[in-house]
Design a protein around this ligand. Structure first.
Ligand SMILES: [Zn+2]
Length: 72
């Protein structure tokens, strides 16, 4: 009977540790998709994924990217 109890305890620990490991896994990072950036040309705030990046700068539209580069 002692063997059965050990097996039961072993299974219980296996399930508990499995749950803990699963819970400790970090959730899929979605921070980058919600990051706000500022248009270098008109200071409009836009989502990084919708912005047009040029080097370290962001622009709300292709026109602003081009007009900012032209004004330099
Ligand atoms: Zn702009």
């Amino acid at each position: 009977m002692r063997i059965l109890i050990l097996i039961a305890i072993g299974l219980l620990l296996y399930v508990i540790i499995g749950n803990l490991l699963r819970r400790n896994k970090p959730p899929t990072p979605k921070l980058s998709t919600e990051k706000m950036v500022k248009c270098r040309h008109c200071d409009l705030h836009i989502l990084e994924q919708e912005a047009i990046q040029s080097g370290d700068d962001y622009y709300c539209s292709q026109e602003h990217l081009e007009s900012h580069h032209q004004s330099k």
